[in-house]
Design a protein around this ligand. Structure first.
Ligand SMILES: [Zn+2]
Length: 210
């Protein structure tokens, strides 16, 4: 029988409170976790939709810990489970917004909420990805995003962000449906990003492609 569990993310009005105690919370996750190498473009796990999480157990909590540890090692602002080779819909983030406010959290089974067209303001900024190491490209995305999903106990949660943090939420959700940001670029810009990757050397451990 399931007991009433204390959830590890605080919720206010349905939205996760992800700006409080960021330092302590991020440290607690990554100290329990183990850092793993990052998968890169070409690895099949990055190019297909991940499986929905159906078991809200200790293994899920341990995965989230490992993802925070890996994110820190690779100096990322967000990380999806398939970026450490795990075929499950989970992402974590440690990302500043445009006001410099830090957001720390995770979402299980994220779904990006559709915004009404009149609310869509595109922001054209530089984007990069741990799975396309050393490459950057300019990409227009809506400057506001809401993601619905679940916490590690299966409770429904929502996360919202603006500016750079909204970009992060969209980028990480894309990962879990098999899309990299370079898939949203023009052919020419995509090719340029892949060339940047060829010419650079990642500062963290990556999984070699076959
Ligand atoms: Zn990425």
């Amino acid at each position: 029988m399931a007991s009433q569990q204390e959830t590890d993310q605080q919720v206010n009005d349905g939205f996760v409170v992800d700006t409080e105690d960021c330092e302590a919370r991020e440290l607690a996750y990554r100290e329990r976790g183990t850092s793993r190498p990052i998968t890169v473009v070409g690895n099949p796990v990055l190019h297909r939709e991940c499986r929905d999480v159906t078991e809200f157990d200790d293994r899920l909590a341990a995965l989230i810990d490992d993802m925070f540890a890996s994110q820190r090692t690779a100096e990322g602002v967000g990380l999806a489970a398939n970026q450490i080779g795990v075929d499950l819909k989970v992402f974590v983030y440690d990302c500043p917004d445009d006001d410099g406010e830090r957001h720390v959290g995770y979402v299980v089974n994220p779904v990006l909420e559709e915004l009404p067209p009149e609310d869509r303001v595109l922001d054209d900024s530089n984007e990069g990805c741990l799975s396309v190491p050393t490459a950057y490209a300019s990409l227009a995305r809506p400057d506001y995003a809401v993601v619905r999903g679940q916490d590690a106990d299966g409770n429904p949660i929502k996360v919202r962000g603006r500016g750079y943090f909204a970009r992060c939420l969209q980028h990480e959700t894309d990962h879990l449906y098999g899309y990299l940001y370079i898939d949203r670029l023009s052919k020419r810009d995509r090719k340029d990003a892949l060339r940047q990757m060829e010419e650079g050397t990642p500062r963290y451990a990556v999984v070699a492609n076959d």
